[in-house]
Design a protein around this ligand. Sequence first.
Ligand code: ADP
Ligand code: ZN
Ligand code: ZN
Length: 732
Amino acid sequence: MPVLRLAIPCPLRSLFDYLPPADLDASTLACLTPGVRLRVDFGRRQLQGYLIEIAAESTLPSTSLRTAQKLVDAEPLVSAGVLQLCLWAADYYQHPLGEVIEAAFTPGLRSGQAHLPPGQPGWRLSQRGKGLPDGALQRSPRQAEALSLLQNTHELATDTFRSKGISSGILRQLEQKGLAERCLLKPSAMPGTPRPGLALNTEQSAALQGILASYGEFNCSLLEGITGSGKTEVYLQLITHCLAQGQQALVLIPEIGLTPQTLARFVERFGSGIAVLHSGLNDTERYAAWEAARTGVARIIVGTRSAIFTSLQQPGLIIVDEEHDGSFKQQDGFRYSARDLAVKRGQLEGATVVLGSATPALETLHNALQGRYQHFHLTQRAGAGELPSMRAIDVRREALQGGLSAALREAIEAALQAGQQVLLFLNRRGYAPALQCHDCGWIAECRACDTRMTVHRRQRRLRCHHCAANLRLPEACPQCHSARLLTNGLGTEQTEDTLQHIFGNWPIHRVDSDSMQGKGAMQALVTQVSDGQPCILLGTQMLTKGHHFPGVSLVAVIDADALLFSADFRGEERMAQLLTQVAGRAGRANDAGQVLVQTHYPDHPLMLAMLTESYAEQARRLLETRRDSGMPPHSRLLLLRTDSPASDTGEKFLGSLRQQAQPKLPEGCRLIGPLPSPLQRRAGKFRNQLLAMAPDVRRAQQLARLLVHYATQLPARSGLNWSIDVDPLDLG
Ligand code: ADP
Ligand code: ZN
Ligand code: ZN
């Protein structure tokens, strides 16, 4: 008796053998393809498993084998390419395969929902309905109305009936009379001919031609182009080529907030046939987009991180826009990098991969410089506008108002008076990062985390930015009952107050995750600001991500010092990326624009570098520094993290792990730790980590397997969770 070897979503890193469901005949069994879903008993629960292979016999005695309950799909719903990608990713990231495969399904299908054939539910006339004379059904006007709609349109979606006030009850009455019947409407049409693109400049042409030269087989290119250099135009023309080959294009973008603008440009060029996948969709929308991609109805799929697991019928092109962006890395559970998986997927499916950025990650740049990727440069702004000039404002001994120096206030005033828009960057939301008692020194700290509570004045609350904790803003010190509570430091709410006070005659828009709640908020803002009228935009990192504000001529970084001193080895890279991206928002229209950077350290080497070097120059210099220190991309990292309710459990666990693994380390590998994590207590848990370094990817993989092997062997400890992060982005 053959056995079905399944991946089941659970923390165990093995496959599970089951006997085929009792009602499955031998011929169906013989045709089963990996990827089909099966319902199985697992422990005391019923779970959904995914077929990985059919084995001739099990390693377990057949008496101890359970029988699978039911075959859910006759055919796998994920493509062979995506299933292969999942197998590869589970191994590379050392994550349980069942949980990895789940990423390739929609939430409904994950929980066992049957696959619905594509198409929207609708109604059409039956044979009898077609033969009905005009003016029938006079005594039931609603039914007559529904019938006449069907006579005019042949078939119509249930939703459309509903929007015209015709309930499904009325349609069921027609069904009972044998006049109408249910049907599934054909999915919407393929896109028409794309609108013609812009005439490319020399650099854009070189990139397009260079990438197309090897189109049709796997190939990866880095498109390194300054902000506004016309990368998107190159993407659009690549997609045009891809569609002309009858293939589909997958475009990954960082954030949901970005979708409206990017999408608008795609729709303008290609019309319909675009599916969008991001976390803001409801289940029905997600399923529709997923199904359209899988069946080939959608020719262009635009999505955030998880869209990398979308099955495609004819994948031809994968684009990762703003490839340096941290949101491509999943930070919990299955910790994958969608950017890196895009490259792998291209390799598995023979697709062309393009990674684009104004500020490429050092890993990507390294690959390009080593010749593993093709490398194209766009060094000029494509449309109107020049790159702005950057200047530091020395704020030492300055009387700051809401964080703004006199020089900055004057510059803002001048820009507004000249009818221009201003963008101010402050990467801290809330009113102030700390609340302190002036009389006894008490500071409001989170009870569950090693951190201070942030003051949110608008909501009159103290909030922890590391857990869900929040409480009413106290009116008196809980320790000495003094009413003299002071805030320390600066957040966007506070600067907004100051701006209201000084520039209250102009519109001021605060843009952070508190003010931009709800789906349409960002889109509404972008629309409002696009009229070009003078205004001030004040915001966090949210503002720096790809949005185009053509009317902005002055950009200012309110507190650059917050970026200067980072404990993370990627601190300098991040600062250079962030400042370059912020600066890139300026001067997109006709004026060159200027960027002002407030700092107490105008002579700091990093600050000087920011002011005098391009990102391209800084990045190449940083790569040299990384070589000297042996850090990625000149080595590979793995991070084992633990959390536990007791303070010493994690350290003991990682200590034993280290002891066992140490003698077996592949050559050139090192373990560092166990150490407390930078924020040791978070949400009530104590966190520890063991950092592992390997000289190259092959040995990093050996090391990952070794560590996971020993970690799973170690005796369970109460309340302890551990996880492995391969190529961690954050060492916290
Ligand atoms: P990026 O994606 O590099 O930030 P975009 O593709 O958004 O740059 O281009 C910036 C601006 O330049 C856009 O307004 C775009 O329409 C315009 N643009 C791009 N390519 C060209 C071109 N070849 N000729 C004229 N304008 C262009
Ligand atoms: Zn006090
Ligand atoms: Zn907290």
